[in-house]
Design a protein around this ligand. Structure first.
Ligand code: GDP
Length: 547
């Protein structure tokens, strides 16, 4: 990563350039065009998938569940008529930026942040926003106060999302016709890893085992799975069940999944989600299983290791996965999916491919209402989904649109693969908190568009170890102007994105973790946090509900 003397430009000092969308001129997005063309082709019914048909007893349970959900939906609908409410889901894989996003969003709403593109706030129609007790007693509260203190006062990033949490914000506003109104905004923060569990509901233990093993034999996963594979080779699935064996297999399998998440590999598709994000289930038997090498699909011998693993896998689906989708996911109205696309681009082609697969799986979750039997239980009512590439402040503004274009292309490809015809989708590159400034930096006689920030204590570049106080200028590299290049490169063998002047194999765009920005002491009570395009995200997600 290049460092050089910084020479500040006019651009560097203040807030980032805001990219105003020309909403008036906007035509249909490719997703919505595709949705319309598919609907026209198939009428309202899309080609059905073949799904597992539940046994009679499950059908009865299913019908009871349906009735319960229908009643809840009616009650919620009635309540929402008098007290309009938006349940906004915030998800993304671990460290995608969920906690920072929610903290910045709530702070911006309550403080009246600098959000010119968020029309209701920009035009002054929002009178105020305040926190209120959340509706779900069984869900932990999002610890806004602690996170805000970390960001604003201690100048360190808050602790990341480990499990689901919720926060209610009441927004008082004036409608465009002048009437005084209130919108209740429920923010639901949950790990994206849990979303990637949905396909398990359709898979038997045997199918899941086979699929997980096939995936673990692809590179770079294979090298990370060596210890688990070696242990697996010693196991006889028909041997008597043994708790210690199951625990060792589950531990080695979990270690492999964790290694895949490491920044160097940045893999995304790693179910079961609770193995990486156990929430309050760490160590429970429902998480003590792993794939086995199975030949044939015969029923497992009684009391065998295979039977034990299968039973736990089924328990995981019924006590963990299904309740999450039923109780939380199915009740969302809007969704933002945060994506650390830069981490995938940094890690190279395999990570880019994997991210695209994960996006396909995520879109499948929002599709389920349309066409599967299973869907009735977990049908989402989400009508808008925003995919957001986070941490755009690690790039010079010249690359913000490029990052957005890459994620857009990735999402389009995922939507095609998922045959997606559901909610309205948009894509954005943002930084919920802008921790850098911009400058032109001279390097080898060339002026390079760079970013300036304070690397966190303990970060290093080459031999230099940073103390958390020193500001450095970094040339972060360019993203390609043509987003398709990323996918063509993803097919080539080595190397992710490379920038001119870098040797092959040298990772460009690798970024140092910088500290949150220093804020003006004059307004220390509640200084506004700088951001990039957070207001555009809010306009897409909430603009129509605040008219
Ligand atoms: P979560 O696991 O999705 O909750 O992720 P967090 O919100 O905790 O973010 C993980 C890390 O990403 C943080 O500790 C920061 O280092 C970094 N990060 C998140 N959002 C931003 C942002 O807007 N700008 C910058 N520069 N870094 C961010």
């Amino acid at each position: 990563m290049g460092r050089a003397e910084a020479r500040h430009t006019g651009e560097s000092a203040g807030f980032p350039r805001l990219y105003h969308e020309q909403r008036g001129k906007r035509t249909d997005s490719p997703f919505n065009r595709r949705r319309k063309s598919l609907s026209a082709r198939h009428g309202s019914r899309l080609p059905a998938r073949i799904d597992f048909v539940p046994a009679v007893i499950e059908s009865v349970a299913h019908a009871v569940e349906q009735a319960r959900l229908a009643t809840r939906a009616l009650v919620e609908f009635g309540t929402h008529l008098f007290d309009p409410t938006v349940r906004l889901g915030i998800t993304g894989l671990s460290r995608a930026g969920k906690t920072v996003f929610i903290t910045a969003l709530v702070h911006g709403l309550m403080r009246g942040g600098c959000f010119p593109v968020f029309e209701a706030l920009g035009s002054g129609r929002i009178a105020g926003a305040r926190l209120s007790p959340q509706p779900d007693d069984a869900v932990p509260r999002f610890d806004y106060e602690t996170h805000a203190r970390s960001l604003l006062i201690e100048r360190r990033w808050p602790d990341s999302t480990r499990q689901i949490s919720e926060l209610r914000v009441i927004i008082d506003y004036q409608s465009q016709s002048g009437a005084t109104r209130t919108l209740t905004l429920d923010l639901i923060d949950y790990p994206g890893e849990w979303l990637l569990d949905l396909p398990l509901l359709r898979q038997s233990y045997e199918d899941w085992s086979a699929e997980s093993l096939t995936l673990s034999r692809e590179q770079p996963r294979a090298q990370l799975a060596q210890a688990w594979h070696s242990h697996l080779a010693t196991l006889d699935p028909s041997a008597p069940a043994d708790e210690q064996t199951a625990m060792t297999a589950a531990r080695l399998f979990t270690d492999y999944l964790k290694a895949c998440r490491d920044d160097r590999f940045a893999m995304s598709l790693l179910p079961p989600g609770r193995f990486l994000m156990p929430g309050d289930l760490a160590g429970s038997p429902a998480l003590t299983f792993a794939p086995l090498e199975l030949s044939g699909t015969d029923p497992p011998p009684d009391c065998s290791l295979w039977a034990m693993m299968r039973r736990r896998y089924d328990a995981y689906k019924s006590v963990v996965v299904r309740p999450f989708f039923r109780e939380h996911f199915a009740r969302l109205d809007r969704q933002i999916v945060l994506v650390d696309a830069l981490a995938a681009l940094n890690a190279g082609p395999a990570a880019v491919r994997d991210l695209e697969r994960a996006l396909t799986a995520i879109l499948d979750c929002f599709q389920i209402g349309q066409r599967t039997l299973l869907s009735a239980l977990v049908r989402p009512r989400v009508d808008k989904i925003l995919f957001a590439a986070t941490k755009a402040d690690h790039l010079h503004h010249a690359s913000h649109d490029r990052l957005e274009a890459i994620l857009r292309r990735m999402t389009e490809r995922a939507a095609e693969r998922a045959d997606f015809t559901g909610a309205e989708i948009d894509v954005i590159a943002l930084a919920a908190v802008r921790a850098t400034r911009e400058a032109q930096v001279r390097r080898n006689g060339e002026m390079l568009p760079s970013i300036i920030g304070v690397p966190a204590a303990g970060e290093s570049s080459g031999r230099r170890l940073f103390d958390g106080e020193t500001e450095v200028a970094v040339f972060p590299g360019d993203l390609p102007a043509d987003p398709d290049t990323v996918f063509r490169r993803a097919l080539d063998k080595p190397g992710g994105i490379r920038t001119a002047g870098r040797s092959p194999g040298e990772a460009d765009l690798r970024f140092l973790r910088v500290r949150p920005p220093a804020l003006p002491p004059a307004d220390a009570e509640a200084p506004a946090l700088p951001h990039i395009r957070l207001d555009r995200a809010l306009q897409f997600l909430l603009g129509d509900r605040l008219r």
